[in-house]
Ligand binder design. Structure first.
Ligand code: RIB
Ligand code: CA
Length: 307
């Protein structure tokens, strides 16, 4: 039986690859995309979720808009990493995929109550924190939460903090403290998963709309990586959270206790993963290692299934 998932997302170019990968994977049944402000404002992340479902030919998947601001107000962020529109500033037709009348939290709760559900969180964690506040005890009815977020050693938006956590540290702290089983993919793992120019050429060689659009979206993201990291390896942060569900043997993980710094002059948004032996059997896992060639091969294989 495919695993029922809701993807909570702030598309975002790497979110786009993660979503297209999930929709092309028979191991998963994507019930909904719930959107949150993050890479770009909520109206844009929600439009982008609709665009991606239209591109994938999946109007059956629900789109529900979530929180427009972080719990304590969203920090100023120059943005631009994913383009003005959040998907690399391509030309898109207006999608026909609608926005659900209920907000993301209500759609998440309904999906949880309808049966076993895994939540994949690849943006700021505001929606999940509001879910926990609005429905105390809901964390005991969620099968699993897989999060792209945090960093064991070095951040990206600050030296200490990774963007998804930095954007709403209060939400992340509450989500990390919940009782649901959790797997966290921090930057020290996600930096091991990247696509390169050969992959862009492969995507174009597919001669499909998905292949072309992915390559077109990823090109400016590759240019950002070259400016920021001095190479064009395009880090697929969010796709690692989907990859973990498609192939659980592909990512080596460790049991930890995890929390988030919400104070600190320089450390706000930092994640702390306590790897001491006492936490070895913890239901909170942190991703440690993956093989990029195996990752790239799966991404290519699945994106090639679109016609
Ligand atoms: O730090 C990487 C994360 O921030 C990814 O989810 C990316 O989409 C951005 O939201
Ligand atoms: Ca994201």
């Amino acid at each position: 039986m495919p695993r029922r998932v809701v993807i909570d997302t702030d598309p975002g170019v790497d979110d786009a690859v993660a979503i297209l990968l999930a929709l092309a994977s028979p191991e998963l049944e994507v019930v909904a995309l719930t959107t949150v402000a993050g890479n770009v404002a909520l109206d844009k992340t929600t439009l982008n979720a609709r665009r991606l479902l239209e591109l994938a030919g999946r109007p059956d998947v629900i789109v529900a808009a979530g929180m427009a601001e972080a719990l304590a107000g969203s920090p100023a962020h120059e943005g631009g990493v994913h383009g003005e529109d959040g998907l690399g500033d391509l030309d898109w037709d207006e999608p026909s995929v609608p926005v659900h009348p209920d907000d993301a939290v209500e759609v998440l709760r309904a999906a949880i109550e309808a049966g076993p559900l895994t939540v994949v969180a690849i943006g700021p964690l505001t929606n999940l924190a509001v879910l926990l506040r609005r429905y105390p005890g809901v964390d005991e009815r969620v099968e699993r939460v897989v999060i792209m977020g945090g960093a064991s050693f070095m951040g990206n938006v600050t030296p200490a903090a990774e963007f998804n956590i930095w954007a709403d540290p209060e939400a992340a702290r509450e989500v990390f403290a919940a009782r649901w089983p959790m797997a966290i993919m921090p930057l020290d793992l996600t930096h091991q998963a990247f696509l390169n120019d050969d992959d862009l050429a492969y995507l174009r060689s597919l001669r499909t709309e998905v292949g072309r659009r992915c390559a077109d979206m990823l090109e400016p993201y590759a240019a950002f990586h070259e400016r920021w990291y001095a190479n064009r390896d395009i880090i697929m942060h969010d796709a690692t959270a989907i990859y973990e569900l498609i192939d659980p043997t592909a990512i080596t993980s460790e049991g930890v206790a995890a929390t988030v710094e919400t104070g600190g002059e320089y450390s706000r948004g930092a994640t702390w993963f306590d790897r001491r032996p006492a936490h070895r059997a913890s239901p909170v896992r942190v991703g440690v290692r993956l093989d990029n060639d195996r990752f790239r091969a799966l991404v290519r294989e699945r994106l090639a299934t679109y016609r």
